[in-house]
Write a protein that binds this ligand. Structure first.
Ligand SMILES: [Zn+2]
Length: 265
């Protein structure tokens, strides 16, 4: 394909990607608050003024409004344009250069996984909730992918290990401490990821996400950003590690090897 035409398609992918990011923002705001995400139009979270369509243009509206609501001048969270930009850039960089069926299918798969990851990440970070609908979506697309590309033992054992191992750990923790350490949402997310990552991959994820989670948790406590007795959102750590495993598998293996060496010598 001509490089000029490819740039054109990628530009389109950037625009459509940021529009999908704008829809993800609706999910991020409404899913944890149980507001329907189809019917009512968007309102400013501070003053409840209806937002006209031109103030909903991804990224651009945020820049033109200088990050403030047009009506009440309250600050709009930086999270919203960041989600739009990240999804747009992901579409820009991964949009396939050829339009073969396989390339389009693979793009759709990875793009939708990325979208769910970002939505899950922000909602868990803000509300300590991993909505079941999103985890179920991941489980289904991972199952479809793995059925096509892997032997059944890969996804069946991976899913079982991903669900049962954290469940056993959580149960043991509850018996010892009498309170919940790992949430039900985290356990279900591990299960869904196991379907894609397989038994070895999901055990690596559990190991690394506990590691990342402890570092983040320690940081939060040091900087006094969080209550020691409040459970930390653990989903972001799981998702960061899974993101590297799925989108940069080579980098992940190198990092795992390096860490393995650091622990053996
Ligand atoms: Zn407002």
């Amino acid at each position: 394909m001509d490089s000029e035409i490819l740039i054109f398609y990628r530009g389109m992918a950037l625009v459509f990607g940021s529009m999908i990011g704008s829809f993800l923002n609706v999910l991020i705001y409404r899913l944890p608050r149980d507001i329907s995400f189809t019917l009512p139009r968007s309102r400013c979270p501070s003053c409840q003024t209806l937002i006209p369509w031109y103030q909903n243009i991804p990224i651009l509206a945020f820049v033109l409004l200088r990050g403030r609501c047009f009506s009440c001048k309250n600050k709009i969270s930086l999270i919203y344009p960041s989600v739009e930009l990240l999804v747009g850039l992901f579409a820009f960089f991964t949009f396939p250069a050829d339009f073969s069926f396989g390339a389009i299918l693979s793009f759709t798969f990875f793009f939708s996984v990325f979208c769910v990851f970002i939505t899950h990440f922000v909602i868990d970070f803000q509300h300590q909730i991993l909505p079941n609908g999103l985890t179920l979506y991941l489980a289904l697309v991972f199952l479809m992918y793995s059925c096509l590309a892997k032997p059944w033992t890969h996804w069946a054992i991976g899913g079982a290990v991903g669900f049962l191992f954290p469940l056993a750990v959580a149960w043991g923790y509850y018996l010892l401490k009498g309170r919940e350490g790992l949430g039900a949402g985290d356990i279900k997310l591990y299960g869904a990821l196991g379907i894609y990552l397989g038994p070895v991959g999901i055990l690596q994820n559990i190991f690394f996400s506990s590691f990342v989670g402890s570092i983040l948790g320690f940081g939060f406590i040091i900087f006094n950003k969080m209550d020691k007795n409040k459970p930390l959102p653990f989903g972001p750590s799981i998702l960061i590690v899974a993101f590297v495993q799925i989108f940069y598998p080579q980098t992940f293996l190198e990092a795992a090897k390096l860490l393995g060496r650091a622990f053996t010598f």
